[in-house]
Design a protein around this ligand. Sequence first.
Ligand SMILES: Nc1ncnc2c1ncn2[C@@H]1O[C@H](COP(=O)(O)OP(=O)(O)OP(=O)(O)O)[C@@H](O)[C@H]1O
Ligand SMILES: [Mg+2]
Length: 156
Amino acid sequence: MRSIRWTSHSYEDTLALGARFAKCLKAGDIVCLFGDLGAGKTAFTKGIARGLKINPHEVHSPTFVLMSVYEGKIPVYHFDLYRIGASDLLDIGYEEFFYGKGLAVIEWSERLGALMPKDHWHVKLAHQGDDRRNITLSYQGVSLKERFDKAAKKLA
Ligand SMILES: Nc1ncnc2c1ncn2[C@@H]1O[C@H](COP(=O)(O)OP(=O)(O)OP(=O)(O)O)[C@@H](O)[C@H]1O
Ligand SMILES: [Mg+2]
């Protein structure tokens, strides 16, 4: 199996999925989120935060800052590339956060271009009308294969 697909029927559903997924994550991981405006990327990130014992109310898209840091079971580095570009990432020394001591979660990963990490959890969110969203989890990179298989069993 290479991907797991869920249908979320509500905002709260998406949070709950993110929280369940968070149990499969560890420090050093990178979660790349893909999907249009309002697809639920921030909602899913709030869910991940909840799963890591971070108050989801702390989580907002870091629109006017380059990155937000949340301290939970592990540090979470939250990026949103809607308004910032690869050059901004280079300026802040993004490697320290992508490949560092915490978990990196990146909204608008479509925009990473050449900085797309070779190994990452790949989460695609798509509108399905009203409050429905398709959420597809897959991965890139051999280092995640075993962990993905385990996660798929746990989350399917
Ligand atoms: N099933 C659902 N899952 C997530 N959000 C939903 C769902 N149904 C409705 N919504 C609504 O869609 C919006 C999702 O907003 P959210 O900020 O999470 O999207 P986003 O992908 O981060 O958008 P942006 O690209 O602007 O950052 C919220 O207003 C939320 O209430
Ligand atoms: Mg967002």
